[in-house]
Design a protein around this ligand. Structure first.
Ligand code: GLN
Length: 289
């Protein structure tokens, strides 16, 4: 009997159709990322080796990953890695997976400060180190502190810092927001944060991929603003005068966060930055002390 030969090209087509039948958002890309992971190659390799047959071991490794994806686990949580700002972050199901939206914040900071700046940066709710480590990668004379309430997140953040060669420029602390920074001993040039900001009541609108992420990293209370209240009040104690804050916000939260900042009378030059989808995704301001 004729035995079917699964080439890279055929298996990609099959997987794309299968994912499409499950109404997944990016069926082609997901199949490519999972197959690249199994083969230990980049995605270009798949196209330069389109007719290469897969051996049984490779097929056996690929199938369960396709099944997991079809059950609603994100590609990043299956492969244990996610590209963000040109860096490959280790991730797992204990942290918020880095999102392209968050690159808006990082790119803004990189466009605002020259490459040789020696900033002291604090990242509140650092997760796997997403914002802080990517800033430090492109600002080689800067250094910083990352805080998070989750010890699991911090152990991944440390692993990422080591893999990017930044362990000497960075310190991680287990801390519920500012609590471990006791009394503002250090004042920073820049405070960044992508705190949990989804409204509790919006849980039903989230896809299964997102719901599989830790809820502690997603939900920001009834109006989604709980952590911005703490940031708005707290940042001025931990910033130098004329230091900057930059927060990621939910697609419809920029005005509300601006109001919280204005109410404190500590900030000037409040600005919004739009993400690729045209939503105001970042709120930034200068601290007047
Ligand atoms: N942007 C994320 C999402 O909607 C949420 C991130 C967050 O709460 N900080 O999936």
């Amino acid at each position: 009997m004729h035995k079917e030969i699964w080439t890279i090209g055929r298996i990609l087509q099959w997987t794309e159709q299968y994912f499409q039948s499950k109404e997944m958002d990016s069926p082609r890309l997901d199949g490519e990322v999972l197959l690249s992971h199994v083969l230990g190659k980049d995605r270009i390799y798949l196209y330069t080796h389109y007719d290469q047959p897969l051996n049984q071991e490779e097929l056996d490794a690929f199938r369960p990953l396709v099944q997991q994806r079809a059950k609603g686990y994100s590609v990043a949580s299956i492969t244990g890695e996610k590209d963000f700002m040109g860096l490959t972050f280790a991730v797992n199901d204990k942290v918020l997976i880095p999102r392209p939206d968050t690159e808006t914040l990082v790119e803004y900071i990189l466009n605002t400060y020259p490459k040789n700046s020696s900033l002291r940066i604090l990242d509140v709710c650092t997760g796997p180190g997403t914002i802080l480590l990517s800033l430090l990668h492109y600002l080689p004379s800067s250094s910083g502190v990352g805080v998070d309430i989750s010890a699991d997140a911090l152990s991944l953040a440390k692993k990422n810092a080591e893999s990017f060669g930044q362990e000497n420029r960075i310190r991680f602390m287990e801390s519920d927001m500012f609590s471990a920074l006791a009394g503002g001993q250090e004042q920073f040039d820049l405070i960044v944060s992508n705190p949990p900001y989804i409204r509790t009541g919006d849980a039903k609108t989230l896809t299964q991929d997102v719901l599989n992420e830790p809820h502690i990293a997603l939900f920001g209370g009834a109006d989604g603003l709980d952590f911005y209240r703490i940031l708005a009040e707290g940042c001025s104690d931990y910033l130098k005068t004329k230091g900057r804050i930059a927060f990621e916000v939910g697609y419809d939260q920029a005005d509300a966060v601006e109001n919280l900042l204005q109410d404190t009378n500590h900030y000037s030059n409040i600005q919004f930055l739009a993400d690729l989808g045209g939503h105001n995704r970042v709120v930034t301001a200068i601290c007047e002390g």
